[in-house]
Design a protein around this ligand. Structure first.
Ligand code: DAU
Length: 340
């Protein structure tokens, strides 16, 4: 198979590309190289004659129209993904996560037979009451600009499916974690802070619940979606069932890194913070998928990776600026002083 993978220099995209090359496919990686990308993520495949990197943006309609002529499948991982950044500056999220998807959809519409697989998120459903799991038909209720931009993209996709009968699969995943994730995200942030014995900024009361899946298990689910007969299901929920409060994750990270629990530092909460996500993953299980890496093992592997690789990422200037803007004041406000 020949695939155009967008956002392939990021966390999820790079792991999927590694698997695709291993499986014998040809891959074009279209990536805009924003702050979240790292070409080093593609080191394992860079020398393969079946891998090609193209520097460019999914909003560039002429470039996308050109590239889709070369492939059988388009896989979209290109996105602005960090909720906190979407609270500071939502417009780039609308540009990439909505307009970019519109550009991909137009390119797919003009090339009959081309398949699109699009990466979405459990956040389209907003916060769920205790005990509830979102099935694939649950109505959307996004609560952050990031989540709203992902929901908007999904509405466009549904309209294109309905109007033009396009073969599009949407994968909604829970929180993924593992090697190569940008340290702005919760688990790599807490691991890198713990390894340096620096405070770990826990938002609010730390009892918000997320569902965590190790990246290799996501890649396994993705392979099954790609191999599913007749284009596979329209929507697949990929999630582990391992739902824990953030504070518990922070404690596990302290245990794995030897950092004292006193480094867990409650800070002012994220505005509009969703309390709880939970997906009903029966659509992924129907493809024969089940997660294999338990949380503590996945966390241990992730800690090891950041022990070796974490530093170079932290030393990037953009990340330093982000860290100061996001945390300096909150952390300086005194232990526990601001928690919600
Ligand atoms: O649920 C899937 C989504 O998971 C993806 O669609 C998003 O792209 C991805 O960013 C992630 O969103 P979250 O907001 O759940 O992830 P984040 O790593 O930012 O935060 C996870 C939890 O940890 C959340 O409840 C907020 C909390 N948190 C996060 C940060 C960065 C803290 O307590 N302190 C922090 O410094």
């Amino acid at each position: 198979m020949k695939l155009l993978v967008t956002g392939g220099c990021g966390f999820i995209g790079s792991h999927v590309i590694d698997a695709l090359i291993l499986d014998g496919h040809e891959v074009i990686n279209l990536d805009a190289l924003t702050y979240a990308a790292d070409p080093a993520n593609n080191a394992a495949v860079a020398g393969s004659p079946r891998y090609r990197f193209v520097h460019g943006n999914i909003c560039d309609a002429a470039l996308v129209a050109d590239l889709v002529n070369e492939v059988d499948v388009v896989v979209n991982f290109a996105a602005e993904t960090h909720v906190d950044r979407s609270l500071h500056d939502p417009v780039p999220f609308v540009r990439t996560d909505v307009e970019g998807v519109a550009v991909l959809l137009e390119a797919v519409r003009r090339r009959p037979g081309l398949r699109l697989v699009h990466m979405s998120t459990d956040e389209v459903f907003g916060s769920l009451p205790p005990g509830v799991e979102a099935d694939v038909n649950r109505p959307f209720a996004p609560a952050s600009p990031y989540a709203a931009s992902k929901a908007a993209a999904e509405l466009l996709i549904a309209a294109y499916r309905h109007t033009y009968g396009l073969p599009i699969t949407v994968i909604r995943a829970c929180n993924l974690y593992g090697p190569r994730q940008h340290p702005e995200k919760f688990i790599p942030l807490f691991i890198t802070q713990a390894l340096r014995r620096e405070p770990m900024p826990l938002y609010g009361d730390g009892l918000q619940e997320r569902e965590w899946l190790y990246i290799d298990d996501f890649v396994d689910a993705f392979r099954r979606v790609l191999a599913a007969p007749d284009g596979g299901p329209l929507v697949v929920h990929v999630a582990s069932g391992e739902r824990l409060p953030n504070r518990r994750i922070a404690e596990l990270i302290c245990g794995l890194t030897g950092a004292p629990l006193s480094l867990i530092h409650p800070v002012a909460d994220r505005p509009g913070h969703d309390r709880r996500y939970a997906l009903d993953a029966s659509t992924a299980r129907a493809l024969g998928w089940a997660p294999k890496v338990p949380l503590e093992e996945g966390l241990a592997r992730t800690v090891e990776w950041y022990r070796v690789h974490g530093r170079s990422r932290l030393e990037r200037e953009e990340y330093r600026r982000w860290f100061v803007a996001q945390y300096a004041e909150r952390l300086g406000a005194g232990k526990g002083g601001e928690s919600g």
